[in-house]
Design a protein around this ligand. Structure first.
Ligand SMILES: [Mg+2]
Length: 246
């Protein structure tokens, strides 16, 4: 059964658009263009999620009196963050003989891992430039509410965007078109002529295309039979000028 759509947590700097149409006429007679939507994935798009996981893994292994082999084990079993955390920590608990329960280990991870995340200044600058040019920015991320919101706050990406849609919070995941519709409605935009930027072909690019958005893939992850993005770059920094020129 499909979960009903919840509300994204509004960020403190959200502004609303009252124009319900495609645009309005300015006092000077020119046409005022409705703000457009730019959606960004978070993990391995705006931030180096795998790098943060490695840093957390080193800290976690050290904290538990484990060596470098435990870090290698964690990275090998992480599956880039796509292995369910309960499953990962069930395995870790058995592998390393941990006393804490799986629920306790997952809860700790959700609060610890974000503290190892960082964002490059050019990424924050790119988001700021986009907003200054009139774009509305939504982070659209599949993930857990506590962890994703902590990452957004800790990296200060939260201050540079208009809205964050976290899948666990809203009850729908990429590539479902509805998560993009929610991002549009909550930023006072539409999906018309908008963009989706992300690293995963099946989630970010397929979802963006399903929502009628232009798409940019970051990185070179390949998934058989997944659709191809309009553009592909090795860094999200290169996506900003393309969107600004679009
Ligand atoms: Mg990602």
């Amino acid at each position: 059964m499909e979960a009903s759509l919840g509300r994204c947590a509004p960020l403190r700097n959200v502004t609303r658009v009252v124009d319900g149409g495609a645009g309005g006429v300015c006092e000077g007679g020119g046409v005022e263009r409705r703000p457009r939507l730019a959606c960004f994935d978070l993990d391995n798009t705006l931030i180096d999620r795998d790098g943060a996981f490695l840093k957390w893994g080193r800290w976690w292994a050290d904290s538990n009196g484990l060596g470098e082999s435990a870090v290698e084990w964690l990275v090998a079993h992480d599956n880039g963050g796509f292995r369910p955390r309960a499953e990962l920590f069930e395995l870790a608990r058995a592998r390393f003989g941990l006393a804490a329960s799986v629920d306790e280990l997952v809860a700790s991870y959700d609060e610890e891992h974000p503290l190892f995340a960082w964002v490059e200044q050019p990424v924050l600058d790119g988001l700021v430039d986009l907003r200054a040019a009139g774009w509305r920015i939504a982070v659209v991320t599949n993930g857990r509410t506590v962890q994703q919101n902590l990452k957004l706050e800790y990296t200060q990406i939260a201050d540079a965007i208009d809205y964050a849609c976290v899948s666990e919070t809203v009850g729908v995941r990429k590539p479902d078109r509805r998560i993009f519709e929610l991002a549009a409605s909550q930023t006072g935009t539409t999906l018309d002529d908008g963009w989706m930027v992300g690293d995963h072909p099946s989630h970010d690019i397929a979802g963006g295309i399903a929502a009628g958005l232009h798409t940019i893939q970051i990185g070179s992850r390949h998934v058989p039979d997944a659709p191809v993005a309009d553009h592909q770059f090795d860094s999200v920094v290169k996506a900003f000028p393309v969107i600004l020129a679009g």
